[in-house]
Design a protein around this ligand. Structure first.
Ligand SMILES: *Cc1c(COP(=O)(O)O)cnc(C)c1O
Length: 410
C-alpha cells in the first residue's frame, strides 16, 4: 500500500512520525493494536456522528445483513432513506445514491454541465470535492498537507476548465463568472477541508445571486457539513438554497454511502429518466442504507442541539487554554464541527490558513496524541464531535489538550 495507507492524510505526512494501527472503537474512544486509548475527534473523518460502534447502527446492520448484503435491486431501505433525506432537506427534491463523496460531486458536475451546455466551472481555493480529475486543482487539506498544489495525471485540458477563486472573495467570483460562461459554482458552504473556515454573511447569498444572474448552477458540497452544521444543512444555517447538493459522510453512518440531489427538473435528467449517465454496482447498498437510516433517525433536533452545545464548550475551553498559555490561536465551530488555527487572526480563506504556525500545530498534535487525544494529523482539517462525546469526555479532552497547548507554546 503506497505510504502504508489507503488514503493519503492517514499517513501523518503533515506532522511526521508513524501513524498507529487501530484495533477497535466504542463511543468517543478508539484503541490501537497496542491497546493505547484515544479520545477521537476525527471520527472516521466526519461520518460517525453517533460515535464508534453505536448500538443503533450495529443493530440495524445486524438485522439487515442477515437478509443478504447486496442485491443490485431496489430495496425498501433505499426508499425510506430517500424519503427521510428529502423531508429533512426539502430543496433536495430528488436524490441519487452513490458510494463515495467523490462520485457524488463528479456526478453533480456532469449533470450541471449537461443542464447548462457549458464546460467550465468555478471552485474555491482550498475546497476539497473528492479526487475526480476536475476537482484536483487547489484542493485543500490532503494535497496541501503533502505540499502538492495540483495532481500530476490530471490533463491540462481538463484542469483548464476548472476556474479557482479565493473563498469569501465575491469580486473574484463576479469577475470570473462574467469572463466565462460557467456550468456551476461549487462550494463547501462552510469549509472543512482547509481547516474550518466559515463564510462571511454576504458570501453565500452573493454566490446565489451571481449564479442566477449568469446562468450557472450553484452546487453546495455538503459531504462534510450535511447533518453536521444544522439538520437542515447550509440552507437552514445560512438561508441560501443551492440548485444541487452533494451529501456523504454522516448519511452513511460509517458505511460507504454518498448522494447527490436537488431540483427535480435537473435530477430528472439523470438516467434512466434522462440521458445523463451515472451508475454503480453497489449504489444503494442495503447495509449502507441501514446504517444511514439508523444514524439519521437517531439524530433528532434535541440531540443535535446537545452535541452543538458540547462542541461550543470544548472550543471555548480550547480558546481559554491558548490564552492562558499565550499561544496565538483562533477557533470556530458550527453544529458538531469545529476547527482551530495556531494564529491570532481569524482565517477567511486558504491563503490566510497557510499563515498559521505549523510547528506549533505539530507539537500540539503529538502531545495530544501522547496524552490520548486523536485530532486529525493535519492543520488543514476540521474536527468532529459525536453524541458519544459527553460532558465527561469534553472535560477530559480539555484537561489533556491544555497539557498539549503548553507544549505547543515551546
Ligand atoms: C470527504 C469529502 C469529499 C469526498 O468524499 P469521499 O467519500 O472521501 O470520496 C467531497 N467533498 C467534501 C466537502 C468532503 O469533505
Amino acid at each position: 500500500m503506497p505510504g502504508g495507507v489507503s488514503s493519503p492524510v492517514r499517513a501523518f505526512g503533515g506532522v511526521g512520525g508513524d501513524p498507529f494501527i487501530v484495533a477497535r472503537g466504542e463511543g468517543a474512544r478508539i484503541w490501537d493494536v497496542d491497546d493505547n486509548e484515544y479520545l477521537d475527534f476525527v471520527l472516521s473523518w466526519g461520518p460517525l456522528i453517533l460515535g464508534h460502534a453505536a448500538p443503533a447502527v450495529l443493530d440495524a446492520l445486524d438485522e439487515t445483513m442477515r437478509r443478504g448484503t447486496s442485491f443490485g435491486i431496489t430495496t425498501e431501505l433505499e426508499v425510506e432513506l430517500a424519503e427521510l433525506i428529502t423531508q429533512r432537506l426539502p430543496h433536495v427534491e430528488m436524490i441519487r445514491f452513490v458510494s463515495s463523496g467523490t462520485e457524488a460531486t463528479m456526478s453533480a458536475l456532469r449533470l450541471a454541465r449537461a443542464a447548462t451546455g457549458r464546460d467550465a466551472f468555478l471552485k474555491f481555493d482550498g475546497c476539497y470535492h473528492g479526487h475526480a480529475d476536475s476537482f484536483l486543482v487547489r484542493a485543500g487539506s490532503g494535497v496541501a498537507t503533502l505540499g502538492l498544489p495540483n495532481s500530476p495525471g490530471v490533463p491540462d485540458a481538463v484542469a483548464s476548465l476548472t476556474r479557482v477563486a479565493p473563498f469569501n472573495d465575491v469580486e473574484a467570483v463576479r469577475t470570473i463568472a462574467r469572463e466565462q460562461p460557467l456550468a456551476a459554482i461549487i462550494v463547501e458552504p462552510l469549509v472543512g477541508n482547509s481547516g474550518f473556515i466559515p463564510p462571511d454573511p454576504a458570501f453565500l447569498p452573493a454566490l446565489r445571486d451571481i449564479a442566477t444572474e449568469t446562468g450557472a448552477l450553484l452546487i453546495f458540497d455538503e459531504v462534510m457539513t450535511g447533518f453536521r452544521i444544522a439538520l437542515g444543512g447550509a440552507r437552514e444555517r445560512f438561508g441560501v438554497t443551492a440548485d444541487l447538493t452533494t451529501l456523504g459522510k454522516v448519511i452513511g453512518g460509517g458505511l460507504p454511502l454518498a448522494a447527490y440531489g436537488g431540483r427535480r427538473d435537473l435530477m430528472e435528467m439523470i438516467a434512466p429518466q434522462g440521458s445523463v449517465y451515472q451508475a454503480g454496482t453497489l449504489s444503494g447498498n442495503p447495509l449502507a442504507m441501514a446504517a444511514g437510516l439508523a444514524t439519521l433517525r437517531a439524530l433528532t433536533p434535541s440531540l443535535h442541539a446537545r452535541i452543538e452545545a458540547r462542541t461550543a464548550r470544548l472550543v471555548a475551553g480550547l480558546v481559554a487554554s491558548a490564552a492562558h498559555h499565550r499561544v496565538p490561536f483562533t477557533a470556530a465551530h458550527a453544529g458538531s464541527m469545529f476547527g482551530f488555527f495556531f494564529q491570532r487572526e481569524p482565517v477567511r480563506d486558504f491563503a490566510s490558513a497557510k499563515g498559521s504556525d505549523l510547528a506549533a500545530f505539530k507539537r500540539f498534535f503529538h502531545s495530544a496524541l501522547e496524552h490520548g487525544v486523536y485530532i486529525a494529523p493535519s492543520p488543514y482539517e476540521a474536527a468532529f464531535m459525536s453524541a458519544a462525546h459527553g460532558d465527561v469526555e469534553v472535560d477530559l479532552a480539555l484537561e489533556k489538550l491544555d497539557a498539549a497547548m503548553r507544549v505547543a507554546r515551546a
